[in-house]
Design a protein around this ligand. Structure first.
Ligand SMILES: Cc1cc2nc3c(=O)[nH]c(=O)nc-3n(C[C@H](O)[C@H](O)[C@H](O)COP(=O)(O)O)c2cc1C
Length: 178
């Protein structure tokens, strides 16, 4: 798919078919996620690929934001232990990890779109319950879930703000603001 087409075709998918997703394809998505930039090239993200149907169902049960019965969920985590051992301060935990995880997540979702898959970023989940299900150690912080599967629907793009609304050159005043 052409790059601009991938950008505009990616939609949040909330209805998936039962077709399983090949593990090699899932790993290739993580590979694309790992091409994203990270602060100080730290690469502290860790990707938990959940494709065991029973475990997917359990995570689903504790994730009110998740819908459409995806066959796969990827939990994007940050390894705080790894980051702190490499001299990162508390600020990295607060800001760096989230930004690194977000950039990797977008790469992953775009790569999935390019492969004919649908995804949805999910932030509404019961964090302690999902952590427990995945047996995450204290040092791994859960940043985001991404549901993945073959889409059953092709939703229209929700309205986007106009370029005038969201951009300005140089200074806030130049936009006509006080
Ligand atoms: C950080 C983040 C958290 C989100 N959490 C949820 C969620 O819990 N449940 C859900 O259905 N969609 C969630 N979404 C998807 C947004 O609702 C969606 O991206 C937005 O409506 C725009 O639609 P589009 O992705 O199709 O362009 C989330 C998106 C982001 C970036």
């Amino acid at each position: 798919m052409e790059f601009n087409e991938v950008l505009s075709k990616r939609r949040s998918i909330r209805k998936f078919s039962e077709q399983p997703v090949d593990r090699s394809l899932l790993l290739s998505l993580v590979e694309k996620a790992a091409l994203a930039p990270t602060a100080s090239n730290l690469q502290a993200w860790r990707f938990c690929i959940i494709d065991d149907p029973a475990l997917v169902r359990k995570v689903d049960l504790f994730s009110p934001g998740l819908s459409g019965k995806p066959p796969v969920i990827i939990a994007v985590c940050s390894d705080y232990g790894y980051a702190l051992a490499r001299g990162c301060g508390e600020n990295y935990k607060i800001y760096g990890c989230i930004m690194d995880a977000s950039m990797a997540a977008e790469n992953l979702m775009l790569a999935a779109t390019n492969a004919g898959l649908g995804t949805c970023a999910i932030k509404s989940y019961n964090e302690p319950a999902v952590r427990k299900l995945l047996h995450l150690p204290e040092t791994l912080h859960l940043e985001l879930l991404i549901s993945i599967g073959y889409p059953e629907t092709e939703p229209r793009m929700p309205r986007r703000k106009s370029i005038e609304e969201i951009s300005f050159f140089n200074t806030w005043e130049e936009k006509g603001n006080e």
